[in-house]
Design a protein. Structure first.
Length: 222
């Protein structure tokens, strides 16, 4: 068969594009909702961080998770909590924001290494091919742990935070959360979410390319 595999590859590419578009649309919608309800979003994210810290401590005490990795995860969420002091605005060059980005990658790598080595040791201790290793977390449990305890808060912060560079300066060079009136009597523009800014920049770039190649009609053309 020659044609059917090509159809399969084409279908996979189209499905991947639709999935990517659906995820991008969902993230864009969430960022718009957060921009309109910043107070509720800040309260929810703060309570979520505290809840995940409690879950981490319970996993360490009850399920005997490694102490130092748990301490790293709790410290990482404390750093994430520091980003809430000026929520939803953030400076991309802020050391606290850069540290949060680095801690996400470090946590993912160390916890992945922990679960991989734990499963490897469990299978090495098997005496028979038909034995089932005990106290080995399933794929669902590992994926749930990564989704809730490692990636949920950084992902929520990424969707919620707004780039402060997109906000007009007000009194004290601080962004006005409510988009109110600045000290000079001018109205401050509401901050744009990171997701919204990325999507808008991509759409602007695509529009510029299509205009250059002549796919987009000129506005002054009769």
């Amino acid at each position: 068969m020659w044609i059917l595999p090509l159809v399969g590859y084409l279908g996979s590419i189209v499905g991947f594009c639709f999935l990517t578009l659906a995820i991008a649309s969902g993230l864009y919608y969430l960022s718009e909702v957060v921009e309109e309800h910043t107070v509720v979003a800040k309260r929810f994210l703060t309570r979520l961080i505290y809840a995940i810290i409690v879950i981490q401590l319970l996993l360490c005490l009850v399920d005997r998770f490694p102490f130092f990795l748990t301490l790293l995860s709790v410290g990482s969420h404390v750093v994430y909590l520091g980003n809430m002091r000026r929520f939803p605005y953030v400076k991309l060059t802020d050391p606290l924001f850069l540290a949060s980005c680095g801690l996400v990658l470090v946590n993912h790598y160390l916890w992945f290494k922990h679960f991989s080595s734990h499963q490897e040791r469990a299978y090495q201790n098997m005496t028979s091919y038909y034995d089932m290793p005990s106290n080995v977390p399933t794929f669902t449990e590992i994926a749930s742990y990564f989704g809730i305890c490692v990636w949920l808060v950084p992902f929520a912060l990424f969707v919620s935070l707004s780039a402060s560079d997109n906000v007009l300066p007000t009194m004290g060079n601080e962004a006005s959360p409510s988009g109110g009136v600045g000290s000079d009597g001018t109205r401050a523009r509401r901050g744009r979410g990171l997701i919204g800014s990325v999507v808008d920049n991509i759409l602007g770039a695509v529009g510029g390319v299509t205009s250059t190649v002549g796919w987009k009609k000129s506005d002054d053309r009769l």
